[in-house]
Design a protein around this ligand. Sequence first.
Ligand code: MG
Ligand code: MG
Ligand code: MG
Length: 309
Amino acid sequence: MTIQVCGHSNPDTDSVASALAFAALSNAMGNDAVAVMQTTLDKLNPESTVVLEKFGFTAPAELTDAAGKEIALVDHSDVAQGPVNINDANVVAIVDHHKLGDITTNEPILINCQPVGCTCTVLNEMFKLNDVTVPKDIAGVMLSAILSDTVNFKSPTCTDKDKAAVADLKVVAGVDDTDALFMDMLKAKSAVAGVPAQDLLFRDYKDFDMNGKKVGVGQLELATLDQVADIRDALLKAMQDTKADGRHTVLLMLTDVVKEGTDLMVVSDAPAEIEAAFGGKIDGVSFWIDGMMSRKKQTVPNLQKQFGC
Ligand code: MG
Ligand code: MG
Ligand code: MG
């Protein structure tokens, strides 16, 4: 059976790139595998669209139902972020860089999860360990994913391994200027003109179960907060609508990647808890948190501590 390699719901560039990379590695090693994703091409985020186009890929096919299939998970290991009916699938591998999730299996499987900035960094190492050369086009998308996940090395999630992987992959991909590649991606991902607020909220969004409370956290990475000055009311409305759909809290991280901090928009049943989690004071509907870049390493752990997870 062909192994379907799938990233998390609402895929980001790492989820698509690591699916392509793991499928390529598997195929090179004689295992039949194909990259898939939990969305359609027209819903793929603008950054990933630019990256796939730049390196000559068409988007992987959509996986609508995992039941009965052999699945390799990349960039996540949570049921909530997995494909539909993942509990009825045969999960054969997990490659990730997040906290371990709640996927379970009946048999031993390949797992390679590392505390690095990007799944593609783990995969770069797997190519080396298995003595497989990374194909040029795959190197391009892997390189892009690492720059994206580490916010061009500025995120606290970035490790020396990520930097070393970029140094490897840029040579293979034939990319001289990785800063220019990052700026091209940032331009695509931070473009807000004409995009409905709901789509912006969900562009990079994850739901978490925090001690029985459903907490959603979206993130928009921006070159400057001015980019969203005119649409804050619309974003707030989208957050309120999303919260009304059974959530305790909806947060939107407006991350200024140049100033290296986040203006955190808050819609919550318990705003004081959110203030306590980050040691700040809400001014209107948001507050600035200096140095906050990473949902995974900064926002979520602080919330989990506050919610007693
Ligand atoms: Mg991801
Ligand atoms: Mg990732
Ligand atoms: Mg990300």
